[in-house]
Design a protein around this ligand. Structure first.
Ligand SMILES: Cc1ncc(C[n+]2csc(CCOP(=O)(O)OP(=O)(O)O)c2C)c(N)n1
Length: 364
């Protein structure tokens, strides 16, 4: 299967606008410049976090390098009342939901169970369990439906839910069960799959004989295949799917075809399982570069604005380095808090055991 077979594209690799009969860009220059800034800053936060892990300040980091267009394009399509569920790689979505990058680091430094207040940001915390949150998203969407927050026709009331996951997740039972429930109940949920070509060392082409978006048909929902490195197309396709959900027309599966330019996580070495020719090819499809070329050609982006954004990126990196080192080290017994909603005998036994070890160490 050719991973690049037809997909929706509105801005090509060279930074030129592509005509499409179904989707048109609704974005003005100022908004597009905002998306460019978002992508540059998200790349900076991602590279800074990777560097902090290398310096021993974080336990782990899962880079989103190369996936900025898929995340910013779709993330900026969400309305305040929508709710998002995402994985460990969606730092761009956290950015769009107003999470401070310094706060994002807390989870990866191991000082808290989750980095931010899910209700405040309307984004559930980083999900590590592949696919589990597609069920949570579907359940949440069904709740919104039962609460009467769908298809009321009120622009600031109708709600949609979005679930982000990878191509590997598409092979999980949870995802497929979520699709069945969402389609059966016409739940207002958008499933946004970033097909970054790899599930750690497993290539997408080994997991699916058809483009992932084609699977939607069998569940009874539309499937859309979009160029995941084209921020404009990702935005338009997601806007349409979210609006469909909010107006009571049910779920959509979006497959955003992109590439994980970095490692799976900072514990991974992709040179062991993929060849550099692919890396080189996808470098020519860089999502930020094509928007830079387009906006520069239009005179919207110039040296002064580029320098301002670069300055913002430098301050962000500094703030992340300082903020990261200032998180208070948690008290060791705190790891047993919040494991379950209420007390659990096994957890309490482990807490007591740890307490005894700490007391022993103190005595020594
Ligand atoms: C239920 C479950 N099974 C296995 C894992 C181990 N695991 C972590 S990431 C990963 C691959 C996920 O690939 P994909 O869904 O394509 O997302 P990506 O990491 O590429 O963004 C696996 C198998 C897990 N976290 N959860």
């Amino acid at each position: 299967m050719n991973q690049l077979e037809p997909l929706i594209q509105l801005l090509d690799n060279d930074g030129s606008i592509v005509e499409n009969s179904q989707y048109k860009s609704s974005l003005d220059d100022a908004t597009l410049l905002g998306f460019y800034r978002d992508m540059v800053l998200v790349r900076q936060l991602d590279m800074q976090a990777t560097a902090l892990q290398r310096q021993g300040e974080l336990s782990l980091w899962a880079p989103c390098l190369g996936q900025e267009a898929a995340q910013i394009g779709s993330g900026r399509a969400l309305k305040a009342q929508d709710f998002a569920f995402a994985t460990y790689r969606e730092h761009g979505i956290a950015w769009c939901r107003g999470v401070d990058p310094v706060q994002m680091l807390r989870f990866w430094r191991g000082t808290v169970h989750q980095s931010w207040d899910a209700n405040k940001h309307r984004l559930y915390g980083y999900q590590i369990i592949i696919g589990a949150h597609a069920l949570h998203a579907t359940g949440y969407a069904m709740g919104a439906q039962y609460a009467g927050n769908v298809a009321t026709g009120q622009a600031d009331k109708d709600q949609a839910v979005i679930a982000y996951f990878g191509d590997g997740a598409m092979s999980e039972g949870d995802i497929n069960e979520a699709f069945i429930f969402a389609a059966a109940y016409q739940a207002p949920v958008v499933f946004f799959c970033q097909n970054n070509q790899w599930a750690i060392s497993e290539p997408t082409k080994r997991q699916s004989r058809v483009p992932l978006s084609h699977r939607a048909d069998g569940f009874g929902m539309p499937g859309v295949r979009v160029d995941g490195n084209d921020v404009i197309a990702c935005h338009e396709v997601t806007m349409a799917a979210l609006e469909r959900a909010r107006s009571g027309q049910g779920p959509t599966l979006i497959e955003a075809v992109t590439y994980r330019m970095g490692a799976h996580t900072t514990s991974d070495d992709p040179t062991k399982y993929r060849n550099s020719a692919d890396d080189e090819l996808w470098r020519t499809r860089d999502p930020i570069e094509r928007l830079r070329v387009y906006l520069t050609g239009k005179g919207v982006l110039n040296e002064t604005i580029s320098a301002e954004i670069a300055g913002e990126a430098t301050s962000l990196a500094e703030r992340m380095r300082e903020g990261c080192r200032q998180f208070p080290t948690p008290e060791p017994l705190a790891m047993f808090d919040h494991v379950y909603a209420g007390p659990d005998a096994r957890i309490e036994a482990q807490r007591a055991e740890m307490q005894a070890i700490l007391a022993q160490e103190g005595a020594n």
